[in-house]
Write a protein that binds this ligand. Structure first.
Ligand code: NDP
Ligand code: PYC
Length: 345
């Protein structure tokens, strides 16, 4: 068998968009979902790259996400704007609301986007990078499924609850971090399970509350928060702000609603956008120039900024293409030819 050749980012985007359209997702929504999946693959974030297609098709096949949903914007002229995903994917809902969030943040200095009732599977850096690309700082967060024990406990209750921050830079890539508040994303453990490799110590405990490096036992047990009580508190904050405060599911309710861990979760999400020029206006200082001083000083120590690895991977993928394994290419072929039947059973 010949080694697989790299595929260009655009070609992969066209394939993934076609797969979602072929599975009954309306074209705009298919394009939004494909963009974040291919961005994950392009940026070497495998836990939220093309491996997620299968998960998305499973929820489509189970009828638990509405591929035809058209997001509905709600704007009462306040700093808080809403988009109802109406049971569809989160990504088209975010795309539909981005211009409104941007405009409101410029008016008020700080605006919040509430995303309601969405199927959420993606990495969050995409949201905050979109805001940073428009000169806005951003925070994004959401619950997920109750896979994670609070620090000091042994029973899954919190989600892997991701948290992302973006800061625009006067030149070059924005400052962006994006991480699960569990030690690792659930997707990382699933990739270890598929590869038959142990997970690092300190990621999870088994169903009896004992530390484990066995991915199967970890998936059946409880994941741990990063930084002990600190990650646990941040994760709790995310449950409160993007679950309880929005009147949307927290992670335990999201799991109860779907009833199965192999289907991706439906819940809400919260995105905050800040216009630094509004905040700094009366100071007479340029917030981006001040930010540059800090970010340059970090880099001058030889410390790497978060997302640097990702931006390097992106540059390489855009110039040389993305190398997918033979198994990954075969799976894409199967999704193209079989559609939702590929995930039946
Ligand atoms: P990682 O631990 O892989 O990375 C976390 C962040 O830290 C990244 O911004 C990364 O930048 C940065 N980073 C990593 N190492 C260093 C370093 N040595 N120095 C400086 N910065 C560093 O993330 P997770 O595994 O926690 O999460 C992966 C993804 O999973 C996230 O994108 C998250 O949104 C997603 N997720 C989504 C969920 C959902 O419900 N939708 C739930 C949980 C997670 P870089 O990328 O450049 O390495
Ligand atoms: O990797 O933890 C995760 C995750 C949950 C939902 C989407 N990604």
């Amino acid at each position: 068998m010949t080694d697989p050749a790299p595929v260009s980012v655009d070609a992969l985007l066209a394939r993934v968009t076609g797969i979602f359209e072929g599975c009954g997702v309306r074209p705009d929504a298919a394009a939004s979902v494909a963009r974040v999946i291919v961005a994950g693959e392009r940026d070497a974030c495998k836990s939220h790259g093309i491996y997620r297609i299968e998960g998305c098709l499973k929820v489509l096949a189970a009828g638990k996400v509405n591929g035809q949903a058209v997001p509905r914007l709600h704007d009462e002229g306040r700093a808080v704007v809403e988009v109802d995903a109406v049971g569809g994917f989160s990504n088209p809902a975010f795309d539909a609301a981005l211009d409104l969030l941007d405009a409101r943040a410029r008016d008020t200095g700080l605006a919040a986007l509430v995303i309601r009732d969405c199927l959420h599977f993606s990495a969050l850096w995409h949201d905050v990078e979109a805001l940073a690309g428009r000169g806005l700082a951003g925070l994004s967060m959401c619950p997920s499924y109750s896979f994670v024990a609070p620090a000091g406990g042994t029973t899954p209750l919190l989600g892997t609850n991701p948290f992302a921050f973006g800061w625009p830079r006067s030149s070059g890539d924005p400052y962006v971090f994006d991480f699960a508040t569990s030690v690792a994303a659930r997707g990382e453990i699933e990739l270890h399970r598929r590869a038959g490799t142990p997970i690092p110590e300190g990621w999870a405990m088994d169903a009896d509350g004992n530390p484990t490096t066995d991915p199967e036992a970890a998936l059946a047990g409880a994941m741990l928060t990063f930084g002990g009580h600190k990650g646990s508190a941040l994760s709790t904050m995310i449950e409160l702000l993007s679950g309880a405060m929005l009147g949307e599911f927290m992670s335990r309710e999201a799991l109860d609603f779907m009833g199965r861990t192999d289907l991706l979760p439906r819940h809400g999400a919260l995105v905050l956008a800040f216009d630094p020029t509004v905040f700094a206006a009366r100071s007479g200082r340029d917030p981006l120039a001040e930010g540059e001083k800090l970010l340059d000083a970090i880099a001058e120590q030889g410390a790497r900024l978060p997302s640097q690895r990702r931006f390097r991977a992106r540059a390489a993928a855009l110039s040389d293409g993305i190398l997918l394994s033979a198994a990954e290419l075969a799976q894409l072929d199967r999704f193209e030819t079989e559609g939702l039947s590929a995930v039946a059973g």
